[in-house]
Design a protein around this ligand. Structure first.
Ligand SMILES: [Zn+2]
Length: 273
């Protein structure tokens, strides 16, 4: 599932091809991917619009149009964006194809169609983004903001990190990695994390997200960059996917459990407390 670094990579890859380009025509072949809008209205709304910005919010690609509306794409498990030559026929997994004024085409592919695409007015976007927590790579995201995200409720620190209302963009892979890096047991209640541990976790989380963006994200299965290639950060993972292998910090065997949130949690019983 693409998390912050993967979606950031996709947005950066497609941005130079989209900003300033006009959507000449658009075809939705699988309308079940659309949320809150039908195929006809979506196609009519986008035809003739110029793209003014491409960004990311949490795990979503956000395409701002010249009429102030935004196309918000959640790739979830198997979705990907790719800018290709317009002459190349779309493959069978392309669910939305947009012909651009530049002669290129933007394809949204989604093999299992678990992703979602919204078209939001400025007001609807404000409501949408207000429900999502702070962006961990923004300068305003201080250790105090992380402490606020971890406060309250009786939930495991790993679940708190992955809760998009508390913190944007962090999913299972980077929650596992950040907690290993900070030496924190993922099953601990988030409110028991001390101020010193919060500072460590803050530093670890930001460093890992930045390093992964530099390596164009982590491909475990389906994720592809905006140029159609796998990412390269999977070779740098310290704990995710390393069950029974020796910890790179203390040598104990990494443990895999599904007890915290039914997701795969990897941790080292030797150096995560
Ligand atoms: Zn260890």
């Amino acid at each position: 599932m693409p998390e912050l670094p993967e979606v950031e990579t996709i947005a950066r890859d497609v941005r130079p091809h989209l900003v300033g380009a006009t959507i000449r025509s658009i075809h939705v072949s699988r309308p079940d991917i659309l949320r809150g809008i039908g195929r006809g209205a979506f196609e009519r709304s986008l035809t003739g619009r110029r793209v003014t910005q491409v960004g990311r919010r949490a795990k979503h690609v956000v395409i701002l149009l010249d009429d102030g509306r935004r196309v918000v794409i959640q790739p979830r498990m198997t979705g990907s964006l790719l800018v290709t030559d317009a002459a190349r026929p779309p493959d069978r997994y392309v669910v939305i194809a947009a012909a651009l004024s530049t002669g290129r085409r933007l394809d949204y592919r989604d093999v299992r169609r678990l992703g979602a695409v919204h078209l939001l007015s400025a007001a609807a976007w404000r409501r949408y983004t207000a429900r999502i927590g702070p962006e961990p790579l923004e300068p305003a995201f201080t250790p105090d903001r992380l402490a606020a995200a971890l406060a309250g409720g009786r939930l495991a620190v790993k679940k708190a990190l992955m809760d998009q209302r508390r913190l944007a963009g962090v999913g299972n892979i980077y929650a596992n990695e950040a907690l290993w890096s900070a030496g924190i047991d993922p099953s601990r209640l988030s409110r028991t994390v001390t101020a010193a541990e919060t500072r460590r976790l803050h530093r670890a989380l930001r460093a890992i997200l930045r390093r992964s963006i530099r390596r164009r994200g982590t491909t475990v299965r389906d994720y592809r960059t905006g140029t159609g290639e796998p990412g390269a950060f999977q070779s740098r993972l310290n704990v995710y996917g390393r069950a029974s292998r020796p910890c790179r910090r203390c040598g104990r065997r990494i443990v895999l459990t599904h007890a915290i949130d039914a997701r795969a949690t990897y941790f080292c019983p030797g150096c995560q407390h």
